[in-house]
Design a protein around this ligand. Structure first.
Ligand code: ATP
Length: 383
């Protein structure tokens, strides 16, 4: 069993908390994605799991074993980095076999002649050959076993790096942005390969990325981090439909969720001069005292036409089958999120090629069926 349990894991670098009291459990064979913007602490957390970084405080358990006190080699985890870290002077076969050679390492392996013979002997053991060739088959590398890394493409090199992790048959695979050096197309196909790999080898995966698409498509669960703190831990679907705060709401989804200043009153949801009836899932709020809120609504839930919110088109972007229309509202404000990236415009996704032009007046309609509400400080309001 390779369940992973983090209890209050904290890392302090020179007074700054790169990871702050992180506590969660990862089930055996789960694919957990650590997601968040640059500098949020996801790599530091992964490196603490691997033992490449000491925890300042807290505990890491794998199955029944406490591992944060153990050296990396005793943790039975394989690590795949962003840079492939292959040995350029070794063939693909030797690169993949290398972890198995190191497992039997003796001091004379360093001697040029005897070392060479000893390594070749391990490589040619039937069990080792078998395992390496099976791994190469899984990763479609069979044809390349006798080539050197310099003759391979980026995607092929990353597959060799994955192969090197796989032959160790570890309980836990740790991956730090393994696809970020690949071009967009290759990234998409490697994403599918890693998902397949997870299904086939059956270990527990912890995967670091800042790419929400990777997280949403690969993860069985996601830990979304910011400033060393886990903001939300849940399935991709929970994180998308039920965000814990405005940071989560805007980090996941393209274009991001709109945040519009609003007020809840007994007569309904007031946005600027418009009053909208509260939808069923928010109706109970109408019975409470009036309060200022932020309305969170996805760009797909807005429409153009006979709507209630007046505004002007600021920008139209055509992206294939859809158009993204940015609109400046006349009487309402969009909220600036803490990260400062929230613009002044509401984004609407419409099907097809929009003929709208900048400056044109429009009226927005809102489908509040899946809308969420936040306090003005960004915390989610639960009904
Ligand atoms: P990125 O996606 O850019 O790699 P990240 O989310 O993986 O970012 P970390 O690399 O974990 O972030 O870094 C988290 C914080 O800890 C950052 O502020 C970083 O500057 C700091 N940090 C990381 N490693 C060290 C170190 N060895 N010494 C000092 N500070 C560090």
């Amino acid at each position: 069993m390779a369940s992973i349990s983090l209890k209050g894991v904290t890392k302090i670098f020179g007074g700054k908390k790169a990871a702050n009291q992180i506590t969660f459990d990862v089930a055996d064979r789960e694919f957990l994605v650590l997601l968040g913007p640059s500098g949020c602490g996801k790599s530091t957390l992964l490196r603490m799991l691997a033992g490449l970084e000491q925890v300042t405080s807290g505990e890491v358990h794998v199955g029944a074993r406490r591992v944060d006190t153990l050296p990396p080699s005793a943790r039975d985890m394989a690590f795949v980095f962003q840079s492939y870290a292959l040995y350029p002077h070794m063939t693909v076969r030797r690169n993949i076999t290398f972890p198995l050679i190191m497992r039997e390492h003796r001091w004379w392996f360093h001697l040029p002649l005897i070392g060479g013979i000893a390594k070749r002997r391990i490589e040619q053991t039937p069990a080792v050959r078998d395992l390496v060739e099976r791994t190469a088959r899984t990763l479609a590398l069979t044809e390349m076993l006798d080539q050197y890394p310099r003759t391979l493409s980026g995607g092929q090199r990353q597959r060799v790096a994955l192969g090197r992790a796989m032959v160790r048959q570890p309980d836990v695979f740790l991956m730090d942005e393994p696809l970020s050096n690949l071009d967009a197309k290759l990234r998409t196909s490697m994403r599918a390969e890693i998902i397949k790999l997870h299904r086939e080898v059956g270990g527990t995966f912890v995967y670091v990325t800042h790419d929400q698409i990777e997280a949403m498509t690969m993860g069985t669960r996601i830990a979304l981090m910011r400033d060393g703190v886990v903001q939300q831990f849940g399935t991709p679907r929970e994180i998308y439909t039920d965000p814990a705060n405005t940071f989560v709401a805007r980090f996941i989804g393209t274009p991001p969720m709109n945040l519009i200043e609003a007020r809840i009153e007994p007569r309904g949801l007031v946005i600027g001069k418009a009053v909208l009836p509260l939808p069923g899932h928010l109706a109970a709020l109408g019975q409470q005292a009036a309060r200022d809120v932020l309305l969170g609504i996805r760009p797909h839930a807005l429409g153009l036409g006979n709507g209630v919110l007046a505004g002007q088109v600021a920008l139209v972007e055509h992206v294939g089958a859809e158009s993204i229309v940015s609109i400046k509202l006349d009487h309402a404000n969009t909220a600036h999120s803490d990260d400062g990236e929230s613009g002044d415009d509401v984004m609407v996704v419409v099907q097809g090629y929009s003929d709208l032009r900048a400056g044109q007046p429009v009226h927005l309609s809102l489908d509040l069926g899946e809308a969420v509400l936040f306090e003005r400080d960004g915390q989610r309001i639960r009904v």
